[in-house]
Design a protein around this ligand. Structure first.
Ligand code: NAP
Length: 325
């Protein structure tokens, strides 16, 4: 049987050519993923899928009897039914590590933009409101020397904390599933209960994955613990935060500002109250979106698929044990 790789994610021509040296490739990079009968027909014959946006449901898997490998071009895999894939003997691979530093850059960009009111004051200048000297109405809050609270201290969380501690002289508090003694030594980070972190931090940054236990991890009660001067940043997944509660909290001014890359519904609906709020900086889920990093992520997905189809262990499997079984 011909081994076919279906591509519906942003990989480069060079990477397509790399796969075609050994395998047959069905290239759907420029086609819609929804309501596309040609794509569904290709999926029915695919051995592997490199995916950037096709929803993977049990019904769709029923129509893909030969599928053995899915490589998502992302580190987060909350959109995939992992148990269902394992049950069917389908390997899922993701792209950790290669996006860590870029996503941490985005997190820190939001910390700085929301803390120093960059987007709001940019609008102030463009709208012609800069008519005389600026005063306390335009003042922001310091970043250097303040307390950074990391909710989640994994790969990306540690990289954000490193920027804060080593670049800006910030004290780091963290709450995380496990304690991280090596980061406590490296950064002077202090492990604490999330409730303590929320009350003490000047900047709170969320980097946990979206799993059952982290859905609405941050809700009205958690936000109410924050300082009125605090800045809240979410670069994890939208559903980790109760967005309606966040809107209400920001309207009350506690926390004082937010920087958000991810939302409960994406793209962010045009009628979202967040859009009209001056104390919020909004990004369109671009945590890892640089030319270099997106290329590295695509390369990791291609390598994962090529290795798995060649019978080797891929670099970043999610459910390797189920695949072996
Ligand atoms: P990671 O290395 O697995 O880090 C996640 C951290 O969260 C780990 O330290 C883990 O603890 C901790 N954690 C897990 N469940 C928790 C819970 N219930 N309570 C407290 N802590 C918990 O993952 P990563 O590479 O840093 O990526 C983190 C997430 O960022 C991804 O899952 C993805 O959703 C998101 N992300 C977003 C973008 C974007 O574009 N905005 C880009 C990349 C990633 P342990 O260390 O004890 O396991």
């Amino acid at each position: 049987m011909m081994v076919r790789i279906l591509v519906c994610g942003a990989v480069s021509d060079r990477q397509i050519a790399q796969m075609r040296e050994t395998f047959s490739v069905d290239d759907f990079r420029d086609e819609p993923v929804n309501d596309n009968p040609r794509l569904e027909a290709a999926l029915a014959e695919a051995t592997a899928l490199i995916n950037g946006g096709l929803a993977i449901t049990p019904e769709r898997l029923d129509r893909a009897p030969t599928l053995r490998v899915i490589a998502t071009i992302s580190v987060g895999y909350d959109a995939y039914p992992v148990d269902e894939l394992s049950r069917r003997g389908i390997l899922l691979c993701n792209t950790p590590d290669v996006l860590t530093e870029t996503t941490a850059d985005t997190g820190f960009a939001l910390i700085m933009a929301a803390g120093r009111r960059v987007a709001e004051l940019d609008r102030f200048v463009r709208q012609g409101d800069w008519k005389s000297g600026i005063g306390p109405a335009q003042f922001a809050v310091d970043i250097h020397g303040k307390t950074l609270g990391m909710i989640g201290l994994g790969r990306i969380g540690a990289a954000v904390a490193r920027r804060g501690a080593l670049g800006f002289g910030m004290s780091v508090l963290y709450s995380n599933a496990s304690q991280k003694p090596e980061l406590e030594t490296e950064l002077g980070a202090r492990h604490c209960e999330m409730s303590v972190l929320l009350a003490e931090a000047d900047y709170v940054c969320v980097t946990v994955p979206l799993v059952e236990e982290t859905v609405h991890l941050i809700g009205a009660a958690e936000l109410a613990r924050m300082k009125s001067t605090a800045v809240f940043v979410n670069i994890s997944r939208g559903k980790v935060v109760d967005e309606a509660a966040l809107v209400a909290a920001l309207q009350k001014g506690q926390p004082g500002a937010a920087g958000l890359d991810v939302f409960e519904t994406e793209p962010l609906p045009a009628d979202s109250p967040l859009i009209g709020m001056d104390n919020v900086v909004l990004l369109p889920h671009v945590g890892s979106a640089t030319h270099e990093t997106r290329d590295a992520m695509a390369q990791r997905a291609v390598d994962n698929v090529c290795q798995a189809l060649s019978g080797e262990s891929p670099i970043s499997p999610v459910n390797l044990e189920s695949w072996r079984r």
